[in-house]
Design a protein around this ligand. Structure first.
Ligand SMILES: Nc1nc2c(ncn2[C@@H]2O[C@H](COP(=O)(O)OP(=O)(O)OP(=O)(O)O)[C@@H](O)[C@H]2O)c(=O)[nH]1
Length: 407
């Protein structure tokens, strides 16, 4: 009997143990599925929350990966189908308007950029003039120095003749005397009575209109942008006309310059008619009561008659609004005599009223300022001394000569 009871107890324990194992293994099978692979396919957005949902049994969702969790915008869009259809587009932040540096004293600030011209022209001349005996060879070297710096043949001859004369008359030749002498003569060459102000007033109730012309790559677009900053720094309001429809990126480049100082840019389709864009820019300038309209034109080969004729057309079309106040010719100072040839051809097509000499930083050919003024009979009004936004300076002969030969 005892054995029977013991056998029944053992049998009951064994049945209990087996059924316990089965239940626990079933429970294990009910665990949520493992995390999906790293590139989940989301088939439908989660249901909208409903009233009383808190009371509903927990709905098991597939576990989300870090990519899904980390993108609040995407998640928000998925949570609401309406948001997908009608996304809230945030306006890009308005670009911060910059305050350009004042224009007064820019050349003095940038004088170190003339270092190469300073060494080869200014200091070179002073060293030669300081020699004990100013013999024929020395005068020839002085002449050579001026020619290499692109002063030009006729101005060089004039300068050497005057220097020879005055040195002969001068008893002592102290360094201070020589510096003063050279400064005077260089200033005479540069001319101190030109009106070098960029004309921005039309004299009527309409904006002043400035057109910027030149061969491609001389720095026209950059100069137009920098000039906008110069004008804004001087308290003027500016509209830009992107009439360079030839180079794809030119209008974008100009607009970026304009945006930085809060100037509107009028532009047209790529390859569009530059004359009509220039016309529209002036129209816009008149409509918004701007002080100045600056028109950037396409760089053109001065050797191509058709292109040069087109430039004449831009000018004529703009003049339907009234006469242009300035036509600035941009010349790259590093191109030397080639720049003079360009100047000549442009002057035949449009009436150049001022010259902008760019890239005077890093060239030893600062003398080109003299040569180009002589060539055209119009003043250098602005000089480019670097790629920075405020590296365009009003040209002041005194400060320029001081920078060349030292105070
Ligand atoms: N170092 C130096 N670089 C300058 C100066 N002015 C312009 N540049 C550079 O010259 C290059 C050409 O300038 P752009 O303004 O694009 O020339 P562009 O004449 O408008 O050229 P196109 O549109 O092709 O006619 C740019 O890399 C400018 O940064 C300057 O005074 N000094």
């Amino acid at each position: 009997m005892d054995i029977l009871i013991l056998a029944v107890v053992i049998a009951l324990v064994a049945v209990g143990a087996i059924s316990g194992l089965v239940v626990s293994s079933r429970k294990k099978k009910q665990l949520p599925p493992t995390a999906p692979s790293s590139t989940p396919t989301i088939t439908a957005p989660p249901a909208e929350p409903q009233v009383g949902e808190d009371a509903a049994p927990t709905v098991e969702e597939p576990r989300r990966t870090i990519e899904e969790v980390g993108l609040p915008d995407a998640e928000a869009a998925l949570a609401s189908p309406a948001a997908v259809e009608d996304p809230v587009v945030e306006a890009p932040p308005a670009p911060a308007i910059e305050v350009p540096e004042p224009t007064a004293g820019r050349l003095v600030r940038l004088r170190a950029r003339l270092a190469r011209s300073q060494n080869s022209l200014g200091k070179g001349l002073l060293t030669l003039l300081s020699r004990e005996h100013l013999d024929e060879d020395t005068w020839e070297e002085i002449e050579e120095t001026l020619l290499v710096a692109d002063v030009g043949v006729v101005p060089t001859q004039e300068l050497v003749d005057r220097l020879r004369e005055r040195v002969k008359v001068l008893g002592t030749r102290t360094p201070a005397d020589l510096r003063a002498l050279l400064k005077e003569e260089l200033l005479t060459l540069l001319g101190t009575d030109f009106d070098r102000a960029v004309k921005t007033e039309s004299g009527e109730d309409t904006p002043g209109v400035i057109m910027v012309v030149g061969v491609n790559g001389t720095g026209k677009t950059t100069t137009t942008g920098k000039l906008a900053r110069v004008l804004v720094a001087d308290g003027r309001s500016v509209v830009l006309g992107a009439a360079d429809t030839f180079r794809a990126a030119a209008a974008d480049q100009l607009q970026t310059w304009g945006d930085r100082v809060g100037a509107r840019t009028v532009r047209g389709p790529e390859g569009g008619d530059p004359a009509s864009i220039a016309y529209d820019a002036v129209k816009e300038g008149i409509a918004e009561g701007a002080d100045v309209v600056l028109i950037d034109t396409a760089g053109r080969l001065h050797t191509k008659t058709g292109l040069m004729d087109e430039l004449g057309k831009v000018k004529r079309v703009v003049e339907k609004h009234g006469p242009l106040d300035e036509i600035l010719l941009v010349l790259d100072a590093t191109t030397g005599q080639n720049g003079l040839t360009q100047a000549r051809v442009f002057a035949e097509v449009v009436d150049i009223t001022g010259i902008v000499l760019t890239k005077l930083d890093g060239t030893a050919k600062g003398g080109i300022v003299v040569a180009v003024q002589r060539e055209l009979g119009v003043p250098v009004k602005l000089i480019g001394l670097g790629e920075g936004p405020d590296d365009l300076a009003p040209f002041e002969p005194e400060a320029f000569v001081d920078a060349l030969i030292g105070d």
